[in-house]
Design a protein around this ligand. Structure first.
Ligand code: THG
Length: 268
């Protein structure tokens, strides 16, 4: 299970303020805390207006890599901004994201094919974000085939079937899991990810809903998540679920993470 730390994101008000003020210490602290909590990649999203994006990404990536060794996950809707940021990275990381809209596959894949970068692929196209699992499955297939045509192996792809909000789409989790199972059947070996908090927009006590989503999504085959690793309840749910799915030999990762104090209080 790959954890992508979500906190360096210009759409979070406190991070936006730090970016606007070029508050290096604040960004260093976000990078350090997420790395200490076991993030495998750190999402970096400038959240700025497009004309500022390249410069902001450059600044953020420089600070993050100076503070921690964790590879980055470049989060931008612009393939050109992503391609521009890749040479700044010290290690191969993740690209977040591509989709089948606005010829994004065509704009991005040739430039990344010969690298080892992992690629998050959203199942949306020029018709928007589908809710029907069959449509998500079809778009995933289109993107996977376009990647293959460029020589990008299937195991570099992380499909994000874009979970809908439970408050307005009662079948949001069920559709997500159905899409993951379907795509897994069509394309064994491909990976899956999702932003964990999308499910709970507009609801109180979001953490309970996010945790329930995480458990069910992992059971369906999701093997990566874009989340806040400093949230000890989410982290505990993740490691406990790995135990349940026989994905943690000798309970080693659960025990280590517990002993490191990452589940909150050490006793209990
Ligand atoms: N899929 C993909 N990329 C994505 C998303 C996705 N990138 C952006 C977004 N969705 C995921 N990132 C965030 C970042 C921050 C928050 C939510 C999603 C957020 N964070 C709270 C904060 O930091 O204050 C804390 C939340 C918590 O404690 O759990 O709201 O869906 N491919």
């Amino acid at each position: 299970m790959i954890i992508i730390g979500e906190k360096i994101n210009g759409s979070i008000p406190s991070t936006a303020k730090a970016i606007a003020e070029r508050d290096e210490k604040f960004i260093r602290n976000l990078a350090r805390r997420q790395a200490d909590c076991g993030a495998d990649y750190l999402d970096v999203n400038a959240g700025a207006s497009p004309d500022m994006e390249r410069e902001t990404l450059r600044w953020l990536i420089g600070i993050v890599q100076d503070e921690v060794d964790t590879p980055i996950c470049i989060d931008s809707s612009s393939p050109e901004s992503i391609l521009d940021a890749i040479p700044l990275a010290k290690k191969e990381g993740m690209i977040n994201s591509v989709s089948d809209e606005a010829r994004k596959c065509e704009r991005l894949f040739p430039g990344v094919a010969k690298t080892g970068w992992k690629i998050i692929a959203l199942t949306c196209d020029d018709n928007g974000i589908p809710t029907d699992p069959g449509v998500k499955r079809k778009i995933a297939g289109t993107i996977i085939e376009k990647a293959a045509a460029e020589g990008i192996e299937r195991d570099r792809l992380y499909i994000d079937t874009l979970v809908n909000t439970i408050a307005t789409t009662p079948r949001a989790q069920l559709s997500f899991s159905e899409a993951v199972r379907g795509i897994n059947e069509d394309w064994p070996g491909v990976h899956f990810t999702s932003g964990l908090s999308n499910i709970s927009f507009g609801m109180p006590f979001r953490k309970a809903i996010n945790m329930s989503f995480l458990v069910l999504a992992m059971n369906a085959g999701m093997d990566s998540a874009i989340m806040d690793p400093t949230n000890s309840d989410m982290l505990a749910a993740l490691y406990a679920t790995r135990l349940m799915l026989d994905d943690d030999e000798y309970c080693a990762d659960y025990l280590t993470t517990y002993r490191d104090g990452l589940f909150g209080a050490k006793k209990g």
